[in-house]
Structures are given as structure tokens and as C-alpha cells.
Design a protein around this ligand. Structure first.
Ligand SMILES: Nc1ncnc2c1ncn2[C@@H]1O[C@H](COP(=O)(O)OP(=O)(O)OP(=O)(O)O)[C@@H](O)[C@H]1O
Ligand SMILES: Cc1cn([C@H]2C[C@H](O)[C@@H](COP(=O)(O)O)O2)c(=O)[nH]c1=O
Length: 188
């Protein structure tokens, strides 16, 4: 199974994807990935290097091509849990002003996940949680990104979990319950 976690910065994706990967004995991975393109993206996100928003969209898509090869290899052996994937590009880059059809087109080689968990959080809570700020971590921008994610949730059937007033453990249990249901419907 290929399971993806999406959501704005500070929504708890790294925490929950890590817990789930441990529980399932799955391969955990994230985007931007560890590829050389992923490393360049991290420099851009920190604000050290400036590029056009379309260039950044292309870099995320290029990193995803590299990363998807690794994901496909791992899926031959075990489940893969991924912290951010294609939908981060559709949400963040479209709100940054890049044409959505262009983003979808350059990402046409991405895999379709079996399940996408969208973690929703109150923006103030999210900003309090993130320690190192990147170029996208601004209140108004993240509010728009979260609304865009909610639109995508309808289009792509995400499982939406509001994490605002829940403990890490409560959310983890909720995720496991959803996966039990998913397995009943699709695997039995
Ligand atoms: N439900 C929760 N309640 C309280 N704190 C939480 C909760 N979930 C995560 N945290 C804490 O919030 C911080 C950010 O969490 P995490 O790194 O998982 O978020 P993220 O969505 O991956 O953020 P980013 O996209 O910026 O990497 C961490 O210190 C984590 O322990
Ligand atoms: C994959 C991907 C990521 N982003 C943005 C979203 C965040 O601001 C950073 C990644 O930070 P994290 O702490 O590692 O979650 O990158 C994006 O804009 N587009 C993407 O495709």
C-alpha cells in the first residue's frame, strides 16, 4: 500500500506518518526527498536561493520523478508511508500563483496513492508548532493552502482528520481505525 500524508506545515504529518510507518513496519519517506534536486529545493525553501515560482514547481516535479523510482522499488517489498507528495505541489504551487493545469501536467508521472490522509489544523496552532520557518510559513498563505487542500480532498477522496484539539495518540488511533475500514472494503 502507498499511503500519503498531506497538510499545512505544523499539522503533524511527520509525527503521524512516522508513527504509522513504525506500526506497519513500512518504509517511511518524505518530500522534498533526499535526491540532489531535493537538497537544492531545501536551500530555496530556506530563502538562501531565489527562483521563479514556476521553476520551483518544476524542481518539485523533478524531485518527485527521482523519488517515485525509490517508492516503486520499496513497494515491491513493503508498504510505503510518505510525508507529502503530489498534492503538496497542487496546493502550495497553485496558491503561489502557478497554473494548476501546468502543475498537474508536469506531475503526470506521479503514482496514485492508495490512501491520502489530510491533516487539518487551526493556523495559529500550526504556526506555534513549527520551529524553523520556510518561505511558505506565513498565516495568510497557509490559510489559502489549507482551503485548497480541502477542495482537493473532495476531488481526490482524501481522508480528512481535524487534529487541532487532539493528542498525538488520539490521532494515531483514528488513522489506524480508518485503515482497518479501508482494508475491509478493498482487501477482503
Ligand atoms: N496533535 C498534536 N498535539 C500537539 N503537538 C503536536 C501534535 N502533532 C504534532 N505536534 C508537534 O508539533 C510539531 C510539528 O509536528 P510535525 O513535524 O509532525 O508537523 P508537520 O506537519 O510535519 O510540519 P512540517 O510540514 O513543518 O514539517 C512537533 O513538535 C510535534 O511534536
Ligand atoms: C513536496 C512539496 C513541498 N512544498 C513545501 C511545503 C513546505 O513549506 C515545504 C516542505 O517543508 P517540510 O517541513 O519538509 O514539510 O515545502 C511545496 O511547496 N510543494 C511540494 O510539492
Amino acid at each position: 500500500m502507498f499511503i500519503v500524508f498531506e497538510g499545512i506545515d505544523g499539522s503533524g504529518k511527520t509525527t503521524q506518518s512516522g508513527l504509522l510507518a513504525k506500526k506497519l513496519n513500512a518504509f517511511w519517506t518524505c518530500e522534498p526527498s533526499n535526491s540532489s534536486v531535493g537538497k537544492l529545493i531545501r536551500e530555496i525553501l530556506s530563502g538562501k536561493i531565489k527562483v521563479d515560482d514556476k521553476t520551483l514547481a518544476l524542481l518539485f516535479a523533478a524531485d518527485r520523478v527521482e523519488h517515485t523510482k525509490l517508492i516503486k522499488e520499496e513497494l515491491k517489498r513493503r508498504d510505503v508511508v510518505c510525508d507529502r507528495y503530489l498534492y503538496s505541489s497542487i496546493a502550495y504551487q497553485s496558491i503561489a500563483g502557478v497554473d494548476e493545469d501546468f502543475i498537474k501536467s508536469i506531475n503526470r508521472y506521479a503514482l496514485k496513492p492508495d490512501v491520502v490522509f489530510l491533516l487539518i489544523v487551526d493556523i495559529e496552532t500550526a504556526l506555534k508548532r513549527v520551529k524553523t520557518k520556510d518561505i511558505f510559513e506565513k498565516k495568510d498563505f497557509l490559510e489559502k493552502v489549507q482551503n485548497k487542500y480541502l477542495e482537493l480532498a473532495e476531488e481526490y477522496n482524501f481522508i480528512v482528520i481535524d487534529t487541532t484539539k487532539k493528542s498525538i495518540n488520539e490521532i494515531h488511533k483514528e488513522i489506524l481505525e480508518y485503515l482497518k475500514e479501508y482494508n475491509k472494503v478493498y482487501k477482503l
